[in-house]
Ligand binder design. Structure first.
Ligand SMILES: [Zn+2]
Ligand SMILES: [Zn+2]
Length: 204
């Protein structure tokens, strides 16, 4: 993405807060991290939101001249935002920060939810995440799992009919084998074999 994208791109909460704090390069950074790179699937909006909000907190701590020990910002951020923490613990963290002169209320007011970050990425920055990175393994899993599911359903139907005396069969086995016909040469392939082999012989 061009640097020009870092001129205030929008008036949504993320854009406004980023401009207010002067977060340089934040918008292209958000897009890069979210979209990922060469087969990497990219960061979730949830952790993007965490990082963004930690950045706000860091700015407020700096403004109050608070000593930034390694991990302090991350720790405070999780104390302030983790819904599973006791309210008392949260209040304690807040008031100790206030004693240090940090404007906690202001910082928390600027925190953006992951939905807000998502909307900023999609609507303001026009970013799009690649659905899945294309891979043979992933497609083999999909095809294999639908075959197994079909086998399970058919097996269940036959069993129920047999046990209700509506179908006459003893022991049985269900095999689902989805086949693919190559229209150039007419060869019938097992779909899994075809994916594993990487193509029809007539193409070599
Ligand atoms: Zn925006
Ligand atoms: Zn063929």
């Amino acid at each position: 993405m061009e640097d020009s994208a870092d001129a205030p791109p929008c008036r949504c909460k993320v854009g406004t807060v980023a401009t207010e704090y002067g977060f340089d390069g934040i918008h292209s950074e958000l897009v890069e991290r979210w979209v990922g790179d060469r087969g990497e699937s990219g960061t979730s909006v949830r952790s993007l939101a965490d990082r963004f909000n930690q950045r706000i907190l860091r700015a407020e701590l700096r403004a109050a001249d608070v000593d930034l020990v390694e991990g302090r910002v991350e720790n405070l951020h999780s104390l302030l935002t983790d819904k599973n923490r006791l309210e008392a613990v949260q209040l304690e963290a807040k008031s100790s920060l206030e004693r240090e002169g940090v404007n906690v209320e202001k910082a928390m007011d600027k925190f953006c939810s992951h939905q807000t970050i998502y909307r900023h990425l999609r609507n303001c920055l026009d970013a799009e995440k690649e659905k899945n990175v294309l891979s043979k393994e992933h497609e083999l899993d999909r095809v294999g799992s639908i075959q197994h599911r079909t086998e399970a359903v058919v097996e269940d139907s036959i069993k129920r009919l047999r046990d209700g005396n509506k179908l006459d069969i003893g022991e049985f086995e269900v095999l689902v084998n989805v086949r693919v016909t190559c229209e150039s040469c007419g060869t019938l392939h097992d779909s899994i074999d075809l994916i594993e082999r990487g193509g029809c012989d007539c193409r070599r």
